[in-house]
Design a protein around this ligand. Sequence first.
Ligand code: GLV
Length: 328
Amino acid sequence: MSKPKILVARAIFPEVIAKLAQHFDVVSNQADEIWTPAELIAQLQGKQGVFTTGGERIDAAVLTACPDLKICANMAVGYNNFDLAAMTAAGVLATNAPDVLTETTADFGFALLMATARRMTEAEHFLRAGKWTKWSYDMFAGSDIHGTTLGILGMGRIGQGIAQRGAHGFDMNVIYHNRSRLDAATEAQCQARYVSKEELLKSADHLVLVLPYSASAHHAIGAAELAQMKPTATLVNIARGGIVDDAALAVALRNKVIAGAGLDVFEGEPQLHPDLLSVPNVVLTPHIASATLSTRLAMANLAADNLIEFLTQNKAITPLNPEVLVKR
Ligand code: GLV
């Protein structure tokens, strides 16, 4: 019997390709070319499954043009590259890669918060530029982390991981806002207090965004929200580009409406709003919050295992639209 055909849309770990090749006839983009939507559609012809990495848009046009496609497995917890409703309507299973990246991503969120509050990259640039000729009492004075108020917008698994680090590691007063309030036991574990979004903006010394992207989350933080924050506050975005209005943020940073920002995700990435590159009080990283080798390997294996389980046994480990499984 011939093996099902699948496409791996970006370069991934060779050992994961080898595992997939035990079950499938694999075409993989190990050259890591960035395909246009038309090129992706051409590559998907005759493929029953696709391994995506979060940047490949799968929508009604792709689904109509690729009638053999049965599963799209994302190597990311976020899945805003999927039109989930269109996939469900077309009977195509969507899977993501949650859980395996939670602690690694929470570590990074905290690292970005600390680097921003303590102005670490700004200070390093100063030093590398040879400008450090003498010590001075207020040189790169930032803001404290321990004992301050940590605000979290979006309190899923990663938000909870950040809350635990803040509460238990840094004695922070943790407040959060989320679509739904956590149960009392989880709130107690995170030592976190539910507040309105307004209260969160007003009270946080450090505000971390960890909410999923959706149309309603678009520009959840814009000029009006930034104006409600403390002028000494730090904003960290490890969620998705588009949740923050980057143009408004650049203006707010320049005008010291808030003290600083740490950004791992951007509107239109890998392009950045040019003004973000010229303001000094922002720490910029290229979407690497889950990037440790062991976590990226675990994410790739989870996406691969979803493809294997589904195409060999009609099961999935982390389905996003499990109703597709029931119907088959
Ligand atoms: C990364 O951004 C992810 O969604 O896994």
